[in-house]
Ligand binder design. Structure first.
Ligand code: GLN
Length: 202
């Protein structure tokens, strides 16, 4: 079983750990550089990306994490985790730190107040079977992707949210996977299985 860390500074850590175990990995919480050094891959959970980036600095994890990512460590970020992995976050605060592991520009809280939390079914490249039920909570979307970034899922067209149609909500660049929604909250571990597979390939 691969050992996959869940960044445990803030956010929905336990939910990710449960899903990773169900998907065939051993999950450990990562709070210290020594723990980061032990893992084969890392999940960055949902939560609040500004808070998490501040805590990464406080816990002296920011530089070691950037080094491991630059070295090719697989990572999976959901929601706030996607924001942290991105090259740039729009509407971010000035003190927000980016891990720059994904060549994408994300927009924080992109879906706006009217629909700040919603659920829907998505087609997700690389996930077999029925459409994936996705839970969005003050979610970002991906506004720009660089070469080498594969788009895995987009918001489908619906009558009630035309501005959201076709927005990119899941991407992969090499061993780095990110979703704007929360696959850890639905009991469907297919996205975590995809990530465990990416870790096993390395
Ligand atoms: N809106 C949060 C942020 O900007 C992300 C929300 C989430 O992770 N559910 O960091």
């Amino acid at each position: 079983r691969p050992v996959i860390g869940v960044l445990a500074l803030q956010g929905d850590v336990r939910e990710h750990a449960t899903m990773l175990e169900r998907a065939g990995a051993t999950a450990i919480g990562v709070r210290r550089p020594a723990e980061l050094a032990e893992v084969d891959g890392l999940v960055l959970p949902g939560g609040e990306s500004t808070t998490m980036s501040r805590l990464l600095e406080t816990f002296e994890l920011l530089d070691p994490l950037r080094e491991r990512l630059a070295d090719g460590m697989p990572a999976f970020g959901s929601c706030a985790g996607m924001i942290l992995l991105a090259r740039q976050a729009l509407d971010g605060r000035d003190d927000q730190r980016q891990l720059d592991a994904l060549d994408v520009v994300v927009r924080r809280n992109a879906f706006g107040r009217q629909v700040d939390s919603f659920e829907g079914d998505l087609d997700f490249t690389g996930v077999d079977g029925p459409p994936l039920h996705a839970v969005f909570i003050r979610a970002p979307w991906v506004e720009k992707t660089g070469d080498g970034v594969e788009v895995l899922a987009r918001i489908p067209h619906t009558r009630d949210a035309p501005a959201a149609a076709d927005r990119i909500v899941a991407v992969r660049q090499g061993p780095v996977l990110a979703t704007a929604f929360h696959p850890e909250l639905t009991g469907d571990e297919r996205v975590h299985r995809l990530f465990v597979g990416i870790v096993q390939e390395r």
